[in-house]
Design a protein around this ligand. Sequence first.
Ligand code: FAD
Length: 666
Amino acid sequence: MALDSKVPSGPISDKWTSYKDHINLVNPANKRNIDIIVVGTGLAGSSAAATLAELGYNVKTFCFQDSPRRAHSIAAQGGINAAKNYQGDGDSTFRLFYDTIKGGDYRSREANVHRLAEVSTNIIDQCVMQGVPLAREYGGLLDNRSFGGTLVARTFYAKGQTGQQLLLGAYSAMNRQIGRGKIKSFSRHEMLDLVVFEGKARGIIARDLVSGEIERHSAHAVVIASGGYGNVFFLSTYAMGSNATAAWKIHKKGAFFANPCYTQIHPTCIPVSGDHQSKLTLMSESLRNDGRIWVPAKLEDAKAIREGKKKPTDLSESERDYYLERRYPSFGNLAPRDISSRAAKERCDAGFGVNKTGEAVYLDFADAIQRYGKEQAFVKGLDANDKALIIKLGRAVVASKYGNLFQMYEKIVDEDPYTSPMMIYPAVHYTMGGTWVDYNLQTTIPGCFSIGESNFSDHGANRLGASALMQGLADGYFVLPYTIGDYLAPEIKTGPISTDLPEFIEAEKKVKDQIEKFINNKGTHSVDYFHKKLGKIMWNKVGMARNAKGLSEAIEEIAALREEFYKDVKVPGTADSFNQELEKAGRVADFLELGELFAKDALHRNESCGGHFREEYQTSEGEAQRDDENFAYVAAWEYKGKPSDAVLHKEPLVYENLKLATRSYK
Ligand SMILES: Cc1cc2nc3c(=O)[nH]c(=O)nc-3n(C[C@H](O)[C@H](O)[C@H](O)COP(=O)(O)OP(=O)(O)OC[C@H]3O[C@@H](n4cnc5c(N)ncnc54)[C@H](O)[C@@H]3O)c2cc1C
């Protein structure tokens, strides 16, 4: 099937404007007869729900946490991009558009990215008007910092808590609509299936996670805002509960799944310390504004450090290899995430790793502390030769910028990052793949939309830092509320949708059957046992570097593990109570299917691009080697019963405004 992206024709900057005019023709009074379900209340879901309700639709929201405020979005630290050009450094809509396409290694849809860049500035205005406390400069203007893959400072932030503050803004807007009766919020509810009637999404089956009751909810449209699926790797920087179930269930009902193998491995995370761990912690990319990344230049020094015979501070400048600055002189420590992660792996694989496992590099603030300290001494008219004073002043500046991140690091690692460099290593962080959507953010199921990280998004094969929040809020506040009108306009006369339709009964039965099966399975191993095994296969064979042999093995191993899981998983407790093992069992069952499709997608893409690095396709300098002739398309997979039977559909990526080029950050 040829995929119709529904991108309007005409100049790129006119598409969105003319589109909005068209959609605004929908009579507000008619929206009162239309119900919309929003699954997920992270930044994408909350902002969408609040705006849809504001426009007049009746909205029901669902989240599995006890409050929408606890969505994974709250973890976002570093910031949100917008082309405001407040720093006067030449930023523009076009430049953000260009940086994002290039950052994604030319594997995203031009028109969507341009629209994202256009609305980026509105997001900041919207959030400021809501009272989100974005950082300001001394004079009161909003401040910016830089993130990877760009040479301008366009990242707005609220210390290291940007996601939390933005989510509180969206949640307040949502709460206002809850107060007005326009939104009904269902917390501790998990969507377990989509109901499709006469080819259209008409509702969901959800489980009340406290009582265990299975509920039917109908609507004229269903919006999936359920986040990303990086926890397929078991260990990641995601919240523990983040999962793929909502996205996977709609996939099984007909929504194509796009580019599942595009995953972001973030270069600056606290390294894995052992098998006991269930979670990894991000050290925000914002730290790369001031921190310098290095490993010892000599193997014997790396070995001595690993054995505890030397400390990093014992090594002089000439004994250090600032490998990002060496390899990418123009972007240096701000090289994009995929490139920085691979560079760290390359050094560690070559034996230069600095922790016990050999999988860590340094992120060092000693220079920044000196630089800021001297500046402060100058500003305050103090003695710039007083070493202790300089360190004290410099530390205070670093603390004011990144204090909460430093504190977090110290609490986890039990080392003071002000005096000894942080140890970091790449970890799974974001999924660029997801449900395929057209320009209207509609999936291949009419009436089923997907926004935020759950869709295959605007980031191509690699997302630039601070662009996920931008995309989530663009989708939620500015894009979906208008584009959904295109689908809903003919629905104004449909009337309420009955939950007694056979399709609801059938979907409900399927959900109940699976729950019963888990509860009655007399297996011997916990859900986590299988999840960890899956994670190991994914990390070792489908992780930062992939090859055909490993991927083929992974496909077989995951299919076998899935079979073992169904035979041998043990789920204690009952179906009609709060039962987190049961919740996890359903989620891991879906990961075990998604993982296989992920590997299959990675195996079919015989090129390296962005976060997808196939060892067979690299330049002599170890950089990703794309194959534009054969792979300049979105791979959208159709479910056919088993991941191995999934059918590939291609959406060709046509570049009319930018020229396909080899990425260079040198
Ligand atoms: C540690 C960390 C730091 C980050 N920092 C940044 C940053 O500085 N800048 C940036 O741009 N991006 C950052 N990101 C990425 C960004 O936070 C996420 O991509 C973004 O918040 C995702 O938002 P979302 O609304 O799409 O999904 P989420 O916030 O993941 O929300 C998903 C929602 O879906 C609900 N849900 C899921 N499944 C179901 C189901 N079956 N039934 C009912 N509800 C369901 C959940 O309850 C939740 O409400 C960071 C990510 C991490 C992990």
